[in-house]
Ligand binder design. Structure first.
Ligand code: SF4
Length: 334
């Protein structure tokens, strides 16, 4: 719950408004797991709270560990519903890739979550639970909303989570440690750009509208040109960073002509392009580009003044890499 929501709770049980802040301290800073531990709240009021509310986090129901150290966790998210999140430790950081929906409506051709279809939005509680119950929670340095689902298609719950993560009453994380990834859902993106200071990552994958449409049906509703024009209205030279994700498919979007078109499209935005290897998924006739072509693409963009890097793949052997998350199989166990 946000502080405003906690104020509603304290007023419901007849506590003064300042008790909301005390409760936030217990939940988000001291991370207690029982309401009875809130010792600065009257015993009778704690009993009243316990009748209607619970606190704490529930643990993942399964995990798989990759040979590269990446760990994929499975969480129940209501009856017959599951989501995955991915913990990615490296030498200098530890990142959690968080899910925002059970499945996804967007049906990108290259994505297992898209193939699963959409079941439900996660609540703020279910999103935060992936962070709070993570066994490696104490070592986390970064959070990326790049797991299952399109975060800006679940914008109200996302904003509650971002507030709790960054507010002084909550986890008090710097927004610079958090990245929200989107394929460009315009209404949510407008709100995000106006209200949040977290980093933004936009899934691009092709500079050409028809080609992008063949990979990402969302291009029809939210053309990439409009997404870029909107982003250009904001100042990215200070705190917030914008990056563009570009999965590189063999003989589809890996030519220097594409790199040239991409540099024209992004011209004027201080940004980074992340090239991502395509991870093969069943029944999708796409292949990943080879590393030589990816390096040529990267070098071309860098020479044009567009910062470009090739992102290391993590967790492919446990289906935890980019585009590979799916819990369709878990539903059969219920
Ligand atoms: S890539 Fe993202 S937006 Fe597209 S289907 Fe997968 S989860 Fe949804």
């Amino acid at each position: 719950m946000t502080l405003e929501e906690l104020k509603g709770v304290v007023s419901e049980v007849g506590l003064p408004a300042y008790a909301a802040k005390q409760m936030a301290d217990w939940i988000y800073k001291k991370k207690i797991t029982r309401i009875s531990e809130m010792t600065n709240i009257a015993v009778a009021k704690r009993a009243l709270l316990e009748e209607s509310f619970e606190i704490g986090a529930y643990p993942p129901s399964e995990y798989q560990k990759s040979k590269d150290g990446t760990i994929k966790y499975l969480y129940a998210a209501g009856p017959g519903r599951f989501v995955e999140s991915v913990y990615i430790p490296t030498d200098d950081r530890a990142t959690l890739c968080v899910s925002s929906q059970v499945g996804c409506k967007m049906n990108c051709l290259f994505c297992m979550t898209g193939k699963q279809g959409f079941t439900a939005n996660l609540t703020a509680n279910q999103i935060l639970n992936q962070i709070q119950s993570l066994p490696e929670n104490d070592s986390l340095t970064n959070i990326v909303f790049m797991g299952m689902g399109e975060p800006l298609d679940n914008v109200d719950e996302l904003f509650k989570v971002l507030e709790i993560l960054t507010a002084p009453y909550g986890y008090a994380w710097s927004p610079k440690r958090i990245t929200v990834s989107t394929i460009g859902v315009m209404k949510g993106l407008r709100r995000f750009l106006a209200e949040s200071e977290c980093h933004l990552a936009v899934s691009l994958h092709s500079p050409y509208p028809m080609e992008r449409l063949s990979l990402m049906p969302v291009e029809k509703a939210f053309p990439v040109r409009e997404v870029i024009d909107l982003i250009k209205q904001y100042d990215f030279s200070h705190q917030r960073r914008v990056s563009f994700e570009y999965i590189v498919f063999k003989n589809l979007n890996d030519s220097l002509k594409h790199a040239e078109a991409l540099s024209c499209l992004l011209g004027g935005i201080p940004c980074r392009v992340n090239l991502i290897r395509f991870h093969a998924i069943p029944n999708v006739p796409l292949e990943t580009s080879d590393i030589t072509k990816m390096e040529r693409f990267r070098d071309f963009l860098n020479a044009k003044g567009v910062v470009c890097t090739i992102r290391a793949s993590r967790g492919e052997d446990i289906f935890a890499a980019c585009g590979m998350l799916s819990t369709a199989k878990n539903v059969t166990f219920v």
